[in-house]
Design a protein around this ligand. Structure first.
Ligand SMILES: [Zn+2]
Length: 94
């Protein structure tokens, strides 16, 4: 009966020893991976954003100004078409 007790106790101690070794190497592995993740995050945080707003391109759009196909009514001041003979807003002759 005494031998069985010592055998179980020794087996438990061996299991504890094995678990300690496993945790030791697992901790080194996870620590190394965590260090790499930390360095990657440190580098990625300093990287400028990929999607940068494009600078405005000059020359592609017509310059802002009065619409050449429209004019203003001298009576009411509304913007009316160039080819209209009567103002659609006030009815004044153009
Ligand atoms: Zn008018």
């Amino acid at each position: 009966m005494r031998g069985i007790f010592l055998m179980i106790l020794g087996a438990i101690m061996v299991i504890f020893f094995s678990w300690t070794i496993i945790c030791f190497f697992l901790g080194i592995f996870t620590g190394f991976i965590g260090f790499l993740v930390f360095l990657y995050g440190l580098i990625a945080s300093d990287r400028p954003p990929v999607h940068r707003p494009a600078p405005p391109q000059h020359g592609t759009q017509p310059p802002p100004g009065p619409n050449p196909v429209s004019r203003y009514c001298p009576y009411c001041g509304q913007n009316i078409p160039q080819d209209s003979r009567v103002c659609p807003y006030c009815g004044g002759d153009q």
